[in-house]
Design a protein around this ligand. Structure first.
Ligand SMILES: Cc1cc2nc3c(=O)[nH]c(=O)nc-3n(C[C@H](O)[C@H](O)[C@H](O)COP(=O)(O)OP(=O)(O)OC[C@H]3O[C@@H](n4cnc5c(N)ncnc54)[C@H](O)[C@@H]3O)c2cc1C
Length: 345
């Protein structure tokens, strides 16, 4: 058992990291725990034979003033930079929503969460999956698969909602009927993501990448070589299948998935299996919240625990599943928790 803090945050993606910083800035102590080997969740990078592939978030945008200010802070710290402004569409549409698309300055999307975690003073745990939570004597305790237990006065959960519901079930926490209905209605689209290194000397003319129309098997092809100006001899591409294709073929083998995605890209970049030096497939079961809730966080009151409450945040809470949504959700949830903790003093 580690020391008790004010808030235990489960999930260290952008929502969890943002809440942790915002709570610490207001003087609260935080414990942050994530089941992943590193922090960042869907802000993720894989290294294959020396080349970096972002296989989750490809870039992010900033629409609201608060997130614009945060991105300006990250820019000032030297953590992020603008990658490009206008999307290239495969069907030659012109990007009417032209605005900066940001990426980390260091190679790989994971460098941003690493910087954000580095700012925190709290108790940080990686590679620890929370199995269950319990509330007793005004304290929450989380038990991890490893047996590690963490305790805090309040809990914020930022995992994808189906994973949160698994924790609730394992904890035998009875939700109120309306909360159960709301949370069960949140669905996520999966994403099949293929990472390809082309053989030395095989080039693609894709620039930063390309967005495909809705009816296509592909959603996006990102050029990691262009993004991070890494090794110019080999092109490193991320092929992200559309939500419809990913749903239909989620349980398929790598071979047919690769063939279908190569087929979709051929008219724009004639890449065949002979051109490929390395390939890996990643299956995201919970890639994008498809049916988000129309509020930036959710407070769950547990009638079975004498009205104790916990807070949920992440990309299922807000307008559309993206980095800015999770950031805003994490921040608003932190404010709500700060208010709750201050009222209980
Ligand atoms: C393929 C793909 C492409 C994308 N492209 C873009 C893009 O270009 N631009 C954009 O803005 N957004 C993009 N997104 C969406 C964006 O990545 C997400 O909206 C955002 O990262 C979600 O952040 P989060 O903190 O809410 O959740 P997550 O990043 O999922 O963080 C939740 C964390 O909870 C942890 N966790 C889960 N269960 C437990 C448990 N029981 N115990 C401990 N830890 C647990 C997980 O390990 C994870 O780290 C993309 C997503 C995917 C998958």
């Amino acid at each position: 058992m580690t020391s008790t803090t004010d808030v235990l945050i489960i999930g260290a993606g952008i929502a969890g990291l943002t809440s942790a910083k915002h709570l610490e800035d207001q003087g609260f102590s935080v414990t942050l725990v994530d089941k992943g080997r590193g922090f960042g969740g869907r802000l993720s990078t894989r290294r294959i034979k020396g080349l970096h592939f972002d296989h989750g978030t490809q870039y992010f945008t900033a629409g609201g003033d608060a997130f614009k200010a945060e991105v300006a802070r990250w820019k000032k710290q030297g953590w992020v930079r603008k990658w490009f402004e206008s999307l290239t569409f495969s069907d030659e549409r012109v990007d009417k929503g032209s605005h900066p698309r940001y990426v980390p300055k260091s190679t790989g999307m994971t460098s941003l969460p690493k910087e954000l975690a580095g700012e925190l003073k709290g108790d940080l745990h990686r590679g620890e999956r929370v199995k269950s939570i319990a509330f007793e004597n005004a304290l929450w305790t989380a038990t991890c698969d490893s047996g590690l237990t963490l305790s805090a006065k309040a809990v914020l959960i930022t995992s994808p909602v189906p994973q949160t519901l698994d924790v609730f079930e394992a904890s035998k926490l009875a939700l109120s009927k309306p909360d159960k209905k709301t949370l069960s209605s949140i669905r996520y689209a999966p994403s099949l993501t293929v990472m390809l290194t082309l053989k030395k000397g095989v080039f693609s003319d894709l620039g930063e990448g390309m967005k495909f129309p809705n009816a296509c098997d592909l959603n996006w092809v990102g050029n990691n070589t262009h993004k991070y100006k890494q090794n110019k001899d080999n092109v490193a591409l991320t092929l992200q299948a559309s939500a419809a294709f990913s749903t239909k073929h989620f349980d398929s083998e790598e071979g047919p998935i690769l063939d279908a995605l190569l087929n979709a890209i051929t008219p724009y970049a004639p890449i065949t299996r002979e051109h490929i030096a390395e390939k890996q497939l990643h299956k995201w079961r919970y890639a994008f919240a498809e049916t988000p809730v129309d509020k930036t966080f959710m407070t769950i009151v547990l009638p079975s625990l004498s009205g104790a409450s916990l807070v949920l945040a992440g990309d299922a809470f807000g307008e559309r599943a993206k980095i800015e949504t999770s950031w805003q959700s994490g921040r608003d949830a932190a404010d709500a928790l700060a208010k709750q903790l201050s009222a209980n003093v």
